[in-house]
Structure formats: C-alpha cells, structure tokens
Design a protein around this ligand. Structure first.
Ligand SMILES: *Cc1c(COP(=O)(O)O)cnc(C)c1O
Length: 386
C-alpha cells in the first residue's frame, strides 16, 4: 500500500479521520507519539517484557486432535488467546496502549467496553500501572455483563453506564470521545478494537499483530509450512486483524472473518462514516447505523475496522456469517471435544470452521483464532439452553 496513505490511516477508501478540529489535534499528537515509540527499542523491550511476564505470552497454538477427527478434513489448530491473563486477546492492546499513555505523560485512562472484556483488560492494566481508570459501558451491556462490571470495580475502575441511544457499545464510544475532547490534557483514550479515527486502527493492529507473528512461527515449527486458512470472529475486528496481519502478504493463506448473522456488517454494510472513520456500516432505511442484536456482546457493533472493509472489497479476505443456533452448538462442541469453553464471540469462528474444515483435505491446515474463554458467558448460555 502507498506509504503516504498508510501514514494517514487510509486503507483504500476506508479509514481516515472525520472528527471536529479539537479532537483532530489530540489525534495528530497521538499519531506522532505512536510512530515515535512504536519502533523505539526501549519501548519494544518494555512491551515484550509485560506481554511475557504479565499476559503470559506466547499463547500456545494447540493441535485440536479430537475436533479434527470429528469434523473430517483439514487439520485444526487453535490459537489460544483464551489463555491470556484476563481471558482474551484484548489485554495485548491494553498493555500496548497504556505503555504509550505512560510515555505521553497521561494520568487518566478512559475506555469504552461492550462485553466488558476490554473494560476488564483496561482496568487490569490501569491497576498495574497505577492510572485512574474510567470505563463507559452501555447500560444494557452493564446488565448483560454484570459480573464484568464488578470485576472492573474490584480492579479500581469507575464504570459509567450509558443510557443514551440503544445503551450499547456504540453509544459508549460516543460518550468516551466526548470525555476525551473535554479532558485531553491529562487523559488517554484507550480504544478497544481496530476501529475509530486514525491512528487507532493502525495502532490496535500493531499491538494485536503479535497473535499472527507467533502463530506463523509456531505453525512453521510444527508443520514446516504455512496454514491454508485462518478463521477469526469479527466485531470491531481487532482479534481478526491481529490473527491475519502477518499473513496478509501470503496469498496462499485464506483469511476468513466471521460475523453474527444479526450483525452482518461486512456482508451487507455499505461505505459510510461512523465514529469518525469510514468503513462498511449497516444502515437502516433512514441511513442511520442499524440496531444490531448479537448474543455475543463483543460482536454487537454496526461498523467494522477500516482495514477489514478494505480487505473485503479487494477480495483479500472473505467474510461469512453464522446463526445463533450454530454458535450455541459450537460453544458446546468445543467444550465437549477439546475441554475448552470458548467465549461466545470465539464460538462464531468455531461454528464457521466446522463448515469449512470438511471442504478441505487432510493435508491442509486451518487455524481458528480462539479470541477468548467462555467463563463470562456460561450463565447466559445456561439461560438460553434452559
Ligand atoms: C471483544 C471481543 C471480541 C470482539 O472484538 P474484536 O475487536 O472484533 O476482536 C471477540 N472475542 C472476544 C473474546 C472478545 O472479548
């Protein structure tokens, strides 16, 4: 891609930054600092220290022997982001951004959260680095994920429920951006997914790319070759872009993102601007972002990262949808066959892989990015199955 455009945060026609001038100034400074520290050897060393000693990286690339037998077809590997501290991939990004915030002299961290996982990851990192932490969360989500609210509070964060709009993730993003404009002097906005105005999508990808950096090395060690396909769920798209990053320039590797059929942003979205950036967006008849209803709170967002939008329109990545029934079945199947209870978000990837694997042959390799563990969802699934 054109270096100049990449610098400005464009992925083809998508991305960019469409925000009021006050916010643009804050973002320009953030970009400058991100590019400055990203390649700084001391920063890189500090980041890799905390990823290793605190998050517990590398995460394993587990051969799923029983699943491979049960599905017939491709050899299945699971990239185990569920084994990270706090139970998902989001901590990779939270640690990266908080180290940047520290270097920029911020004293206060704000964040939005949907499922609560990013809020927990952020509150965790704030506790460890002794930062004030304020988390905006849709009121509806605070009810769906009450235990995560309590976790954040235990970790010392203040959780602010957002009643506006649908009381969901996108409303929480709006509130957090408002806070940033008012308090940018001492505040760092720690964005949880590969969305938002530049430099966030580029920055979040940078911190999540460790997933594919590791998986590429791991699969080469185990199999002596690249995988044939990578499957990851896509809400905002951070675990998926992290799982894809080091394979984007390897055309033999199919990249597949999976969405809920109730929030099929990449399948049915149209180019539009949401939350200060351009991406594929699900619009209703009035041209407003559609209300989405996913059983996985982390996938409940009518937009998607700009790079995924670009990968979709250029055909480099494919995007599929799965139904709630398929997700619930996959949630149970992975639990029973591999002894791993996945997050409902991750179960979307498992559900699609189940359809894909039998179409591949035994010599082929499919990696499922297991973005998180399912402890947070067990009660919800219990209620749904009753
Ligand atoms: C938040 C979350 C997601 C969705 O976010 P992305 O930015 O699309 O990765 C997926 N899986 C889990 C476990 C999550 O917590």
């Amino acid at each position: 891609m054109d270096q100049q455009l990449q610098q400005e945060g464009y992925f083809g026609e998508f991305g960019g930054s469409f925000v009021p001038p006050e916010l643009q100034e804050v973002l320009n400074y953030l970009s400058e600092q991100f590019y400055k520290f990203r390649d700084d050897p001391e920063f890189k060393e500090e980041l890799s220290y905390y990823l290793r000693e605190y998050v517990g990286r590398k995460s394993p690339l587990t051969f799923a022997e029983r699943l491979t037998k049960a599905w017939g077809g491709a050899k299945i590997y699971l990239k185990r982001e569920d084994l990270n501290h706090t139970g998902a991939h989001k901590i990779n990004n939270a640690i990266g951004q908080i180290l940047l915030a520290k270097r920029m002299g911020a004293k206060r961290i704000i964040a939005e959260t949907g499922a609560g996982q990013h809020g927990v990851a952020t509150a965790t990192a704030c506790a460890m680095f002794d930062m004030e932490c304020v988390i905006y969360m849709g009121a509806e989500d605070t009810r769906r994920q009450a235990l995560n609210v309590f976790r954040m509070e235990l970790l010392g964060a203040t959780v602010i429920p957002v009643d506006k709009g649908q009381g969901r993730l996108k409303d929480a993003v709006d509130e957090a951006l408002g806070d940033l404009v008012r308090n940018y002097k001492n505040t760092f906005y720690l964005l949880g997914s590969a969305v938002g105005p530049h430099p966030f999508p580029t920055m979040v990808k940078h911190f999540q790319a460790v997933i594919s950096e590791e998986s590429k090395q791991q699969i080469l060690e185990k199999e002596g070759r690249l995988p044939d396909a990578i499957v990851a769920c896509a809400g905002g798209g951070s675990n998926a872009i992290g799982a894809f990053a080091h394979y984007i320039d390897e055309p033999s590797v199919r990249l597949i993102g999976v969405e809920p059929d109730k929030a099929p942003t990449l399948t049915e979205g149209v180019p539009s601007i949401i939350h200060g950036f351009k991406c594929l967006v699900l619009l209703d008849e009035e041209g407003q972002p559609q209300k989405t209803y996913s059983i996985a709170a982390g996938l409940d967002y009518p937009g998607i990262g700009p790079e995924h939008s670009h990968l979709k329109v250029t055909g480099r990545a494919e995007y599929a949808t799965v139904t709630n029934e398929e997700v619930l079945a996959a949630f149970q199947e992975l639990s029973r066959t591999e002894g791993i209870i996945p997050a409902l978000e991750s179960a979307h990837a498992v559900a699609h892989a189940k359809k894909l694997a039998p179409t591949m042959d035994e010599n082929q390799i499919l990696i499922i990015n297991l973005s998180g563990r399912g402890d947070k969802d067990v009660e919800q699934v219990f209620q749904m199955l009753k």
